[in-house]
Write a protein that binds this ligand. Structure first.
Ligand code: DGL
Length: 264
């Protein structure tokens, strides 16, 4: 049989955020095996210098390649913005980031062409979303929401603090009709963000568009695997377990990883 893979696909993020992408990938390709790496020891990535995040991405991608993955999904906007496209040119397997998928989801959704994007400081400062959206002729409003990642990692997605921060970040938005959740942690805050943005704004994330891209790249929907996931976690495993459980994405084996294993 051609085009069927039994090798796992590697997926990584700074923490639990990329699990929102992994969930969509698994829904699209139930028999595909995955390795998910959460670099919780060095999270959050969003405030760190671009060069540092790029080094993290190269180290993690190299680790995943050594484990024999079919390809790598950077389920982190900050790392995608910092390391792509260069990383894709140096790895022996294909690499996909989440930003094109987020832009594609917005392109399909918007009717007015007035699009917002929220993300980490690193992602918004890189200007990568803004450039790609403007190239499509959209007018773009962009805002960094650095505290959102902490809310998710601390399991505070449904708290008063989350409501307050969402109001602060989104209260003065212009009249957009589509808002890209440009950080893979943010879908966990979807309800809170929707309340602050109002019902007239459609929220889009890269997760679903990403699942289509992965299927196209690796025929993951026809994988000969077993639908298994192995989670590698640097840093606090108990806290990862707790938060991953609250977003219903924890089945599979969990392995604690020393961050030194991710050096280049
Ligand atoms: N979830 C990541 C992203 O999409 C990283 C968030 C962080 O670690 O700051 O950007």
């Amino acid at each position: 049989m051609t085009n069927m893979t039994s090798r796992p696909i590697g997926v990584f993020d700074s923490g639990v955020g990329g699990l929102t992408v992994l969930k969509a990938l698994r829904a699209k390709a139930p028999s595909q095996d995955f390795i998910y790496l959460a670099d919780a020891a060095r999270a959050p990535y969003g405030r760190k210098p671009r060069e540092m995040v790029r080094e993290f991405a190269y180290g993690i991608a190299g680790f995943l390649v050594r484990l024999g993955v079919e390809g790598v999904v950077i389920a982190c906007n900050t790392a995608s913005a910092a390391a792509l496209p260069e990383l894709a040119q140096t790895l022996p397997v294909p690499v996909l980031g989440v930003i094109e998928a987020g832009v594609e989801a917005a392109r399909r959704q918007t009717r007015t062409g007035q699009v917002g994007v929220i993300g980490t400081k690193g992602t918004i400062a890189s200007g990568v979303y803004q450039r790609q959206l403007e190239a499509l002729g959209f007018s773009v409003w962009a805002r960094a929401c650095p505290m959102f990642v902490h809310l998710v990692e601390e399991g505070l997605a449904e708290s008063d603090e989350a409501e307050l921060l969402a109001q602060c970040y989104l209260g003065d938005r212009p009249p957009i009709d589509t808002l890209i959740l440009g950080c893979t942690h943010y879908p966990v805050l979807r309800r809170v963000i929707q309340r602050a943005a109002g019902d007239s704004v459609a929220l889009v994330s890269s997760a679903d568009a990403m699942a289509e891209l992965v299927d196209r790249a690796w025929h993951a929907g026809r994988s000969a695997g077993h639908g298994r996931v192995v989670h590698y976690v640097t840093g606090d495993v108990a806290s990862y377990q707790h938060t991953a459980k609250t977003i219903d994405a924890l089945d599979g084996e969990l392995i604690q990883l020393d961050v030194a294993a991710l050096g280049r």
